[in-house]
Design a protein around this ligand. Structure first.
Ligand SMILES: [Zn+2]
Length: 321
């Protein structure tokens, strides 16, 4: 019989709009920290304090396993210098090691697509903010990569489920005996996860379509019996099937809204974004544009919408039937 392991939640503040982020401490053959918060003094102090409450010291952590590469999940890797074993999806390596070739490609990707999607120049400052926030993310190197069906090292009951969508690097961890799920940001109870735009992991691959991946990852989760969900943000929850169906429903409704915007003719993604988020697109540009592209990619995949290129500009329109 597989051992059940107690999962301890550790919660630290972040400077991001999402608020607090959770990490989880797993005691198996080794003591593992799942995710690593954000690289700030507040998060570091809070981690010390909460570990102490649980009867541990920071030095007791033997291993780190990351659900994805976002800065609020990797930050303290930089400060947990004594930890030798760090595992995650291969893409996380590019972020932890500050892979310059990948970063150049990352920013070039957004510059090119912003132009193609009709984004005015002053919004390109968003890219500068993204560069500025880099110090909040962790720096280090991975010991090994994790992929679908792998067992977490030192934790024989936990297996890896690849769940791309919110991030290209996203992994969830499932306990095959008690059916608990360490879900990272794949599924949150209080808000829907944003399928964020990212360049392909490897040069020359086509642009990932995060919403299509996200839908697939959610459908995949339906085939698992899930008990307790331990998410990256917000409350713990059960009833994952119900939540998944609700999220898919809500997304398809939003896609209908985008489809209705295209009734009067073709629009650029930026124009769709303004219509879809009239009050939020300026202050939360990165998120709202990702959400807009998510719906356009989805509609395109259903065959009701097509994309046309004029020069270097891309416009989306209804397919006439
Ligand atoms: Zn995230």
């Amino acid at each position: 019989m597989l051992k059940t392991e107690k999962v301890y939640q550790i919660t630290v503040p972040t400077p991001f709009p999402v608020g607090d982020v959770h990490m989880y401490l797993l005691k198996g053959d080794v003591l593992t920290l799942i995710d690593a918060g954000v690289n700030t003094d507040e998060a570091w102090e809070t981690l010390h304090y909460q570990l102490k409450e649980l009867g541990y010291d920071v030095k007791d952590i033997e291993q780190i396993i990351l659900t994805h590469h976002h800065p609020d999940h990797t930050g303290l890797v930089s400060r947990l210098e004594h930890v030798q074993q760090i595992y995650a999806h291969p893409l996380v390596e590019k972020w932890l090691t500050r892979d310059q070739e990948y970063f150049d490609r990352y920013f070039q990707f957004f510059e090119d697509y912003y132009q193609a999607w009709g984004v005015p120049e002053h919004f390109q400052d968003v890219l500068k903010t993204m560069k500025k926030n880099r110090h909040l993310a962790g720096e280090g190197a991975l010991t090994g990569y994790l992929q679908e069906h792998d067992t977490l090292p030192g934790h024989e009951g936990w297996t890896v489920i690849e769940t791309p969508g919110h991030a290209q690097s996203h992994l969830s961890f499932y306990h095959s005996y008690n059916h608990d799920l360490l879900a990272g940001d794949h599924m949150l109870y209080h808000i829907s996860s944003n399928p964020l735009l990212e360049p392909p992991m490897d040069k020359g691959q086509p642009r990932p379509k995060p919403m299509l991946q996200y839908r697939e990852s959610m459908q995949k989760m339906l085939s698992y019996e899930v008990n307790q969900v331990y998410p990256g943000h917000g409350p713990l929850f059960h009833k994952v099937d119900y939540l998944i169906k609700e999220r898919i429903n809500k997304q398809e409704k939003r896609a209908e809204k985008v489809f209705s915007f295209l009734a009067d003719g073709p629009l650029t993604p930026f124009e769709v974004c303004q219509k879809l988020f009239p009050r939020k697109f300026e202050s939360q540009f990165e998120l709202t544009l990702s959400e807009t592209m998510a719906q356009l990619d989805y509609l395109e995949s259903t065959g009701r919408v097509k994309v046309e290129r004029n020069g270097n500009r891309l416009t989306y329109m209804r397919v006439k039937q």
